[in-house]
Each structure stands twice: as C-alpha cells, then as structure tokens.
Design a protein around this ligand. Structure first.
Ligand code: SAM
Ligand code: ZN
Ligand code: ZN
Ligand code: ZN
Length: 307
C-alpha cells in the first residue's frame, strides 16, 4: 500500500486524513482543502451572525430541562452526541439547531456536535471503479456525526452554470440539499460544490444503500451545514457512502404535478447519465442527478445564499 500523503487536510482537521493507493500510481486531482463551507463567487454568506437568540444557561453544559435552545429545537442529540431524530424519517425535514455564539455554554455542551468538526479516523483510498473513496479506520456507532459536506456555497444560478459545464472527466461534486418549509410552498435549496474547494467528504461516493445520511444542521447562520451521520453501525475499513439524491422521493411528493413531469422528462432525456457502481442489491442503475439544474425554470425554489 502506498501512502500518498499523511494528511490531505494539511492540519486543518483535528485528526489527520491520509490518502493511500493500493491499485495504481495515480493521485487525487488538486483541490483546496476546507473543513467547512466557504462562499462561492459573488456570494455573501452570513456565516457568523446568529439568527436566533442563544440560551441563558449558566452552566458549561446545557441540559434538556433548563436549556431554551434544546427545548425550542430539540433535543437533537443524546449525551453521547448521537442524533436523536434518527429513527423518525419523516422528521428529516426538521432542521437541527445547535447552541450558537450567543450561548454562554462551553464547546463540550451536548448541543454542539457538528460545529466541533470531524473527529474520526478516516482515509481516502482508490476504489476499483468509482475513482477515489473515503473509508473509516474505526468502528462508528449508528447516529454518530461523521463529517460535513464542505465546499463552496453557491447560488442557484451558479449551480446551474456549473452543472451545464460538467463533462465525463470532471466528477460531479455538486450536492443540492432541499428543505421544504411547512408554512408555505417554498423549497429551500442549498447548493454546495466541493470540486475546487472541499473537505474529505468530497471523496464520499454515492450508494443506493448508503451507510450515511445527510441532515441539515444550523448553528450561526440560516445556511445549514450538510452534516453526514452514520445511518447504521459501520465497521472499521468500510467505505462511507450517502445517497446523492437525499430524500428525493420524499421531496418529490411536495412538487407540483407539472413540475414533477417536467423534471422526469428532463431526467429521461439525458442519455449520458453515469451508471452506478455501488453494488447494492437495490441499486437504481444510474447515479442520481438533480434535473432541476438543467431546467430554465426556478419553480418555487429559494436559496439561503444570494448571488
Ligand atoms: C463527490 S465525487 C466522489 C469522489 C470521486 N470518486 C473522486 O474520485 O474524487 C462524485 C463522483 O464520483 C463518482 N462516483 C460516486 N459514486 C459513484 C457510484 N456509485 N458509481 C460510480 N461512480 C461514482 C462519479 O464520477 C461522481 O461524479
Ligand atoms: Zn443552553
Ligand atoms: Zn444554547
Ligand atoms: Zn447504486
């Protein structure tokens, strides 16, 4: 096994992220490492302006019986930092709110998890037929936070432009997270592109039967973190994966019939879709892609990112 680099994060993560290649002499293409999202072109993101008040907890560690953050929005995590809403799939549209910079509690408060960053031993490796991938070097318990999908936060317009520019050679690192608001018909779409700037998570491949799930988590901004949690217990050595389409079927049920048919037609027209090599018994054959990025209509989509 050839170690290409001891730490692709170059000290930017708490735990080193090595890159190994057991198959050939290739190296990952260059990109700028960032552990958290950064602003893309012409985008100004209010990263550090808490948009909801913090709690007034006097202790370093918030408790669910006293903390107004936990009472208003949670409890999202148990004492071990594991996501609580996990076994209720319908709740996935409910964003998680962590304690923020207005809160006097310490960094080890149970309501601060994603903001504390990646803490597991992960490794980038060359796969047989999906390019590079990311695996864990330790066992991971179900519901544990693994890492955030970090990259450039871009506007809908920029996401459409980048989607059109993709070729067979350029992998697709653009993830669209959709959140449906319960009080109106709008869909909040957050676009993160990890092609030019990203974290270790940019190496995570798609699976139709994934071991991670993406959950929007908010801390100091209306813009959510795209947080990846273990969907089940994961063994040391296993490749990490998530479903690139997210809860696509779930979201689809919120789209109007016309929109649904138009997007379906666009999807079917595209003969250049990449075949999925996930190997799952329930494999859907093709990698998911967001057909709305190829449509001229913006429908009811809004983005927390301007530009
Ligand atoms: C976010 S990147 C993942 C890391 C990528 N494998 C690399 O080498 O940098 C997404 C790209 O990986 C490849 N990929 C991811 N999941 C795949 C799968 N299940 N089957 C085939 N290719 C996959 C596709 O080329 C896709 O555009
Ligand atoms: Zn509190
Ligand atoms: Zn708080
Ligand atoms: Zn598949």
């Amino acid at each position: 096994m050839v170690t290409i680099t001891e730490d692709i994060s170059m000290g930017k993560e708490k735990v080193k992220v090595p890159v190994v290649n057991e198959l050939d002499g290739s190296r990952p293409t260059e990109f700028g490492y960032t552990p958290v999202c950064i602003s893309g072109p012409n985008v100004s993101v209010p990263f550090n302006s808490p948009f909801y008040p913090g709690c007034g907890c006097q202790q370093a560690l918030c408790t669910k019986d006293k903390c107004s953050c936990i009472q208003s929005y949670g409890p999202s995590y148990n004492e071990e930092g594991c996501l609580q809403i996990f076994n209720q799939p319908t709740e996935f549209s409910q964003p998680v709110f962590e304690c923020n910079s207005h809160c006097p509690c310490s960094r080890s408060c149970q309501n601060r998890v994603v903001q504390n960053g990646q803490h597991l031993q992960l490794q980038v490796f060359k796969t047989y037929c999906k390019g590079w991938g990311l695996r864990t070097l330790e066992n991971i318990k179900e519901c544990t936070f693994v890492c955030e999908y970090a990259g450039e936060l871009i506007s809908i317009k920029e996401a459409k432009k980048r989607a059109q520019e993709l070729t067979d050679e350029t992998g697709n690192y653009l993830i669209v997270l959709r959140e449906h608001s319960s009080n109106d018909d709008q869909i909040l779409r957050t676009h993160v592109d990890a092609r030019f700037h990203g974290g270790a998570s940019r190496f995570i491949n798609h699976s139709c039967n994934p071991n991670l799930i993406m959950v929007p988590v908010r801390v100091d901004s209306i813009v959510p973190h795209l947080a990846l949690f273990a969907a089940r217990n994961i063994d040391s050595g296993e490749e990490l994966s998530f479903d690139y389409s997210g809860e696509f079927d779930y979201w689809h049920s919120h789209e109007t019939n016309d929109e649904h048919h138009e997007l379906k037609a666009l999807q079917d027209q595209r003969k250049d879709r990449k075949s999925c090599q996930c190997g799952a018994v329930n494999c859907r054959e093709y990698l998911p892609f967001d057909s709305s990025l190829y449509s001229s209509e913006s429908h009811q989509a809004i983005s927390p990112v301007n530009g």
